[in-house]
Ligand binder design. Sequence first.
Ligand SMILES: [Zn+2]
Length: 491
Amino acid sequence: MTYDTLIRRACIVDGTGADTYVADIGIRGDRIVAIGDLAAGLASQVIEAEGRYLAPGFIDVHTHDDSCAIQQPEMLPKITQGVTTVIVGNCGISASPVNVTGEVPDPMNLLGEADAFFTTFGDFAQAVDAASPAVNVAALIGHTTLRAAAMDRFDRTATDSEITTMRESLRKALQAGAIGLSSGLAYTNARQSTSEEVKALVEVVGKEGGLYATHMRNEREALFEAMDEAFETAAHGKVALVISHLKCADVENWGKTEHAIEKLEQAAARQPCNCDCYPYAACSTTLDLWRVSEAFDILVTWSKPHPEMGRKLLKDIAAEWAVDLTEAARRLMPAGAIYHNMDEADVRRVLAHPLTMIGSDGLPSDPNPHPRLWGSFPRIIGHYCRDEGLFGLPEAIRKMTSMSAARFGLADRGVIREGAFADLTLFDFDSVRDGASFLEPTTPAIGIEWVMVNGRLSLVDGTVKARAGRLLRRPGSLANAGHEPHSVPAH
Ligand SMILES: [Zn+2]
């Protein structure tokens, strides 16, 4: 047999949670076509992989890479971690369908300036295709983005006619290939929406197909009520649910993950649901007054009026200005911050749970990003699996591949088997680790030897050699017919 690429003697972690095994892998075009002893096979490219682990390329289920995929298509923060697919449009904020002029509303400003946004999902899809990013992209549509397009102000629930407008533009986006709806109900600009407003949108997802991912209304004192709202909303539309970055923020809520996990398990017995989680005990988002607290360190990462205050602690800035924390935050906004407001025991409890997928929640537009942007996936393998023994390697990889592909409807991805897409990551188990830290947040990961996307060797020795990613349209969407790709444009 002849192949385009033959990978010899890799130790395969197939993504399903099954035990590892040693085999050769034959690839033709963008697919894995043979697995086994292929010693007699010929190939134009032969890669020796003895002693290293070969996994399905990692799927980052929680990203804000909407504009990064277009404006920085090498996608270095992701592909250097072994990530081959990103889900964009989380937390209620997506780059389409909305027309933004002037100041970008919070937290949509996490995606960039006005030129990061597109009037229709079709325009966004075209821009991704034209940019040809190094990793695959699948997109959720954000509730806050729909609000920004349909409403003149955010501090109220939507009227019936605004809901009709939002439903219609969501329907069009889903038909054009978006994979579901996200919300960010904790944010000031979505908080005034009722459950009914969100349910009316989730109904459309139920009809067209897709899932609902939510950054819940509350991750603090009212966490459990927020979870109930999420379960009810998803059940109303008969759609699968993903609870985004499940956590317990602020000291007085530490330990609540124990009951939160119980609630998730109970819900999973009656409806499809999962959560995602990033492997750090600090969160990061825009700076907002209600998040400000003296109980934990808050690191300012960017500030529009005071860019010179980036990488300084809010308390130091406040001292310098001789004002209290709230006043300092007010002067810095719009701004971004890292909040050290979680307990490591909670993080571990959520990470280790079998319903938990890994998502980085990285913020690529942030000049001083949280290290999760560059480090999440190698940190799961190096720190939590190898060094801490929180889970075995097959389970660690399952959380980053097959579970994610199944939940987000990414056909033939997230698994190593004949017929699957050749999205693959080869790593050295002994040395793999995250390089990024809170002090050095953009240092690439160590131990990722190469990454293949759609059959093309795309990252070798830390350098991007090809940009073979695609926009993954929802199977069954009207736009998918002409796109589910057989030929790959050359770059
Ligand atoms: Zn979020």
